[in-house]
Design a protein around this ligand. Structure first.
Ligand SMILES: [Zn+2]
Length: 347
């Protein structure tokens, strides 16, 4: 173990909520309760959160979006789109969510912790530079990546996104950049509609956007194939100085919003692969930020599985088990297309 594993959490994250909405405070309460009961929280180092400042958000977002969220919250709340609510304290919670990921990025880059898991909400990966959408107000991970590049002197940041939805906001932010490698596995076709393999970046960003659009019904073996055969070689070629993870757990077989079949053990194995890549490529620097995941048991145990992987603990058997044992769809064609698009094909 290189150093302590950090975490970010703040009770303000519970004050963003809307009755009956799947992205609700009970998600973080379930995670925190499980981490406390299992004794894992006591093994983590708390990273002091801060609030993102306007100039932090301006690394990614236009001032009109920030003002739209601020004023909507100040006026008592409302909806940014059909899915995306703003509650009276959502603006403050969103500033602290982005600031929590910024604080954790600094703690990892300063060596105060070796890696960290940010237990934040609202989530971020659908938020584009100009638009809140898909339960997301500000793009926490994109802001942290831009901060690492613009203020911490990094030249190459990798973002790995295993949320079941494509992180269109993160892709949009860095599509013409090239300093950020964005790798995503996601159900496709599915919300928000982007993430086809042929979306690979443009200009200086050409080749830096790596999408693995997976058909519904994929489970651990299909996911681990995508991470082993595509994520690992593109990260080795890119040589990131830190890996940020948009960690959504809605590809779990128990999740009510999507149709994938990943198990809790599958998340543990993905997290182990990513930890090993971080150790090989960037002195273990890896930072998780919570995105989606809507079955509370699957969510709590899968977050715990990722933290166990960071700590080097064995997998803790979860109450949901391996899930339906059905053969997954063939992903040969899609994996070949992704490899060809990114120059990974042999021969
Ligand atoms: Zn999602």
């Amino acid at each position: 173990m290189a150093g302590p594993v950090g975490y970010v959490y703040d009770p303000l994250y519970l004050e963003h909520g809307a009755a009956g909405h799947p992205e609700n405070p009970a998600r973080l309460q379930a995670i925190m309760a499980h981490l406390e009961e299992s004794g894992l929280l006591a093994r983590l180092r708390r990273v002091e959160v801060r609030d993102a400042a306007p100039e932090d958000l301006a690394l990614v977002h236009g001032p009109e979006l920030v003002e739209a969220v601020r004023s909507m919250a100040a006026e008592g709340g409302g909806w940014q789109d059909a899915d995306t609510y703003v509650a009276p304290r959502s603006y403050e919670a969103a500033l602290r969510a982005a600031g929590g990921v910024l604080a954790a990025a600094d703690a990892v880059l300063d060596g105060a912790v070796s890696s960290a898991f940010c237990l934040v909400r609202p989530p971020g990966h659908h938020a584009t530079p100009e638009r809140a959408m898909g339960f997301c107000l500000f793009n926490n991970v994109a802001v942290a990546a831009a901060h690492a590049l613009e203020r911490r002197g990094l030249e190459r940041v990798a973002i790995v996104d295993f949320d079941v939805h494509h992180g269109n906001g993160t892709q949009d932010t860095f599509y013409r950049d090239g300093r950020v490698l964005y790798f995503s596995t996601h159900q496709y076709p599915f919300y928000p509609g982007s993430g086809y393999w042929a979306e690979t970046g443009e200009g200086p960003g050409a080749g830096a956007i790596v999408n693995v659009p997976l058909p519904r019904g994929c489970g651990d073996s299909e996911y681990l194939r995508a991470y082993g055969e595509v994520c690992a070689p593109v990260l080795r070629r890119f040589r990131p100085q830190i890996i940020l993870v948009s960690a959504g757990f809605d590809a779990h077989f128990a999740d009510p919003l999507a149709q994938m079949l990943v198990s809790t053990r599958g998340y543990y194995e993905i997290a182990t692969l990513l930890r090993d890549l971080a150790e090989e490529l960037c002195e273990g620097r890896i930072l998780y930020a919570l995105e989606g995941g809507y079955d509370l048991t699957a969510l709590a145990w899968s977050v715990r599985a990722c933290i166990d992987a960071l700590l080097g603990n064995p997998f803790a058997e979860d109450p949901l088990g391996a899930g339906p044992r059905v053969p997954g769809p063939s992903i040969d064609t899609i994996v070949d297309a992704v490899k060809r698009a990114h120059g990974l094909s042999e021969g």
